[in-house]
Design a protein around this ligand. Structure first.
Ligand code: HEC
Length: 106
């Protein structure tokens, strides 16, 4: 095996492993988003339509409104026994992701 061949092979291997690494990071990110979305659907529905009378619809709502409600639940500006507890575990990025998801889900 000559040197040139070895160098090319090394570059390929590095590229392939880097690709796998990035892919696994993305897959892990998707899983955690999906897990978070799943924690809302028991009440708000997988399609964002509330499962019972007391659970508001999130589908078709404005993203900015949904983010504001989640921030308000977290800060205590809006109070609800259930949503306050849930919102306390959400980061700003989680709120954005969840609001974007539920605003456009069909
Ligand atoms: C156990 C049931 C339950 C779960 C789980 C739940 N919610 Fe709620 N959610 C409610 C209830 C009840 C309300 C209405 C609160 C009120 O009357 O102020 C509400 C209200 C909201 C609102 C405000 C809607 C509006 O129109 O003002 C948003 C946004 C929201 N939830 C998002 C979420 C998200 C995102 C999750 C998952 C992280 C989630 N909820 C999980 C029960 C739930």
């Amino acid at each position: 095996m000559n040197r040139r061949y070895m160098r090319t092979m090394t570059k390929w291997l590095v590229a392939v492993f880097f690709g796998i690494y990035i892919f696994s990071l993305q897959a892990a990110g998707m899983d955690s988003n999906q897990a978070q979305i799943a924690s809302c659907v028991a009440c708000h529905g997988a399609d964002g339509v509330g499962k019972a009378d007391q659970y508001p619809n999130l589908q078709n709502q404005k993203t900015a409104y949904l983010v504001k409600q989640l921030r308000d639940f977290k800060s205590g500006a809006r109070k609800d026994a259930t949503m306050t507890t849930i919102a306390q575990s959400l980061s700003e990025a989680d709120m954005q992701m969840l609001a974007i998801f539920f605003a456009q889900v069909k």
